[in-house]
Design a protein around this ligand. Sequence first.
Ligand SMILES: Cc1ncc(COP(=O)(O)O)c(C=O)c1O
Length: 407
Amino acid sequence: MSLQRRRFIQSIILSGGALTLSDIFEDVNENIGSDHSLKGYSLGKNIKYLNHASIGTCPKDVQTAFKACIEKCEENPARYIWGPEWDEARTKVHIQLATFLNCGTEKLAITHNTTEGINQIAQGLDLEKGDEVVFSNLKHAGASICFDHYSKIRGISVRKIEVSVDDAVHWSQSDCVDFHTSQLKDRTKLLVFPHIDNMIGYKHPVKAISEKARQLGVKYIAVDAAQSIGMIPVDLNELGVDFYSGSPHKWLQSPKGLGLFYVRKEVQQSCAPMWVTWGQNRWKDTAQIYEDYGTRDLPTVLALGHALQYHKKASWENRTQTYKELREKAQSLCSDKVQWYAPTNWENGSSLFSIKVEGDCIEIASQLSQEGFIVRGFSQGFIRISPNLMNTSTEIEKLFEAIDNLI
Ligand SMILES: Cc1ncc(COP(=O)(O)O)c(C=O)c1O
C-alpha cells in the first residue's frame, strides 16, 4: 500500500469518520502488498525472523486493514458482530479462500487453527470400535493427541508408524508413498499425514499416497496442512483427500487464530461437527457446519481476506524462487559441524528445513534469539529454520556465522 493510501485510511480512522466497507475492503485490497521486503513488517529492532513454521509474521498492509476492521467494529460492536452488516464481507472472504484452494465454498469452513479441524475428525468421524487410525512419527502433536484421547473414549485404535528421521530426509517421493501404504491393515479406516511435516519440511505426495491408500481399502484420508497453506500452491479438487486442515496464521501471514477446514462433500454426513450451535441448522449441507457460531473475532476473519490479497501480489513462481534461493544459501553454508538435515531438493523439501549441530539445540536456539535470530531448537538435536519472502540471504549468512560462534 502506498504511503499516501495508508495515510488516507489512517486519517479516516483517526478522524472518527465513516469508513465504509469499501474503504476497508476494496481500496485497501487495491493497494495492498506492494512491499514484500523487511520494511513492510513490524519486526522488532535487530530481529531476524526465521520461524514462520511456528507462527507467521503479519505484513503492515494487512495490519492496517485489520486495525481498520477493529476500529470499525468498536464503533458499535453488536452491529458488526451480530448484525447483517458484515455478512457480505465475510462471504467474500470465504469465496476468496475457496478460490485460493480451488474448492467450492460449501466444502470449506473458517476455523481457528489446524488443531481444531483435526479435533473435529477425531471426535465426529463415523469410526466404529476396532477401526484403526494410522499416522506416522512425522506428525505434529496437534494432529495426533486428539486421536489418542478419543481412542480411549470411542474404542477406536490408533497406530503410529515409525520412520527414522535420518532416513526420511533421503526419501524419494515413491519411498514416502510406500512407507505410508505398506503398513496399512484391513481395519485401517483413516490415514492422517502432514502435507509438509514440521521437522524436516518433507513435502508429502498427497495425491499419490491418497490414491494408493484408497486402493488398499482405506476409507478416509486426512491431511494436516499447517505448513503448506501459503507456502505452496494447493489444489483441493486435484488432491482428492477427505479432510484438509490448515493454519493461515503461519505462511499465509494472516492475523493469528485463524484456521481453515476442508471437508469433501461426500463425507460431510459421516463427520458430525464438534460445535453444536444454531449455525448448523442454517448451514446444513455445507462444511460451514464445522464453524463455531458462538461469538467470533470477525475483524480477524475479515483480515484473512486482506492476507489473501497480499499473498496474491507475489506470484507462485517468484515466491518459490525466493524460497529455493534461501534454502540453497543455507545448504551451501553447511559443513561437517553444521549439517543439512532436510530433503536436498525442492521437489521433496520446502522452506522449512533443519540443521544438525552438536550440543543442546534448544539452548543454542535460545542463545541465538538473544542475538535476534528467531529459529526453533528441537531436543532431538537439530535446529529448524523457516524463512518467508521478506527474509534475505544476508540474514541466513549471519545466522550461520552466529551458530558457528556458539558451537
Ligand atoms: C505440522 C503441524 N500441524 C499442526 C500444528 C498446529 O497448528 P495450530 O496450532 O495452528 O493448530 C502445527 C504447528 O506448528 C504444525 O507444525
